[in-house]
Write a protein that binds this ligand. Structure first.
Ligand code: SF4
Ligand code: SF4
Length: 284
């Protein structure tokens, strides 16, 4: 169990608790202020630039100072905007108790690629996008002078799941995100090139998301050594044994996203509980 499961999930998976999606949490003024930053293109750009400059400065620091700064940033982000990798089957469980899904443009990609890419999904207990959609539309009006309803694409659960499966084939890893923890407002589909959070966590060693509650395991009997799974793993957790002609998982590197499974026609990969892994139970 990650720290959030203990703190916000009473020992169960915190992102499967409906209370963490409650619309009541959206009355909190601090949270509304924070959401405003996401909707204001200039404020967002400023934050991303600050983060990029920060990564550059961190890189030049001696190891001890860098570690200290990294912890300070992680602890701050845990209160504000923190994520966790979640495999598709748990997202299906989230969709069982949420009532609407809105696909929107990914703010990271708007900044890194300079164009709209719809890889983010707002989830809500309310119908028709709930309060969260209302808030974002009001903010869009405030910052751009009008609301473009086409930017808020309502999806059925089936449509959203089909889109998420397609993202897996692109090698994108599903993550849930808080907006002033513990409120969860969205699901993103991340990669290391375009997403600030993945870059921060994996490339710069400043974690802003937990790994999944799972780790991957490969059945050596079923694995035929085709190496297709290796194409999709963004975390360097898979390697090929030339002598055995099989792929193996280094569970200490595995984020438990389960994306590798979508490339495995032999169905040789399973997700196991991270808690049961002697080497990865406490690696988050
Ligand atoms: S995709 Fe499946 S069969 Fe192919 S190497 Fe990976 S685990 Fe083995
Ligand atoms: S090996 Fe682990 S980290 Fe890599 S794709 Fe599979 S589940 Fe994700």
């Amino acid at each position: 169990m990650c720290q959030f499961c203990l703190k916000h999930g009473e020992g169960e998976k915190w992102y499967l608790q409906a209370k963490n999606y409650s619309e009541d949490l959206l009355s909190d003024l601090r949270r509304l202020k924070f959401l405003e930053m996401f909707a204001d293109p200039q404020a967002r750009e400023r934050e991303f630039r600050k983060a990029n400059d920060g990564f550059g400065r961190l890189k030049k620091m001696p190891w001890l100072i860098r570690t200290l700064f990294s912890r300070i940033i992680t602890n701050k982000m845990k209160k504000m905007h923190f994520g966790q990798v979640v495999p598709l089957e748990d997202i299906e469980r989230i969709f069982e108790f949420t009532n609407s899904i809105v696909r929107v443009s990914c703010v990271c990609r708007e900044s890194t690629l300079g164009k709209e890419k719809r890889y983010c999904y707002g989830v809500s207990l309310g119908p028709n996008g709930g309060k969260l959609k209302e808030i974002f539309q009001a903010l869009e009006e405030k910052f751009t002078g009008g609301v473009d309803d086409a930017r808020f694409e309502m999806l059925t659960k089936e449509e959203a799941l089909a889109a998420l499966r397609a993202h897996e084939l692109e090698g994108l890893c599903h993550t849930v995100w808080t907006f002033q923890t513990p409120f969860i407002g969205g699901i993103c589909n991340c990669d290391r090139t375009d997403c600030f959070a993945m870059r921060s966590t994996v490339t710069h060693d400043v974690p802003v998301m937990f790994r999944a509650e799972y780790i991957a395991a490969i059945d050596p009997e079923a694995c035929n050594g085709c190496r297709q799974c290796m194409r999709l793993c963004q975390f360097g957790a898979l390697s090929y044994s030339a002598s055995d002609k099989k792929v193996i998982v280094d569970q200490t590197f595995c984020y438990g996203c389960g994306i590798c499974r979508s490339a495995c026609n032999a169905k040789a990969i399973r997700l196991l509980d991270r808690a049961d892994s002697p080497v990865a139970a406490n690696v988050w």
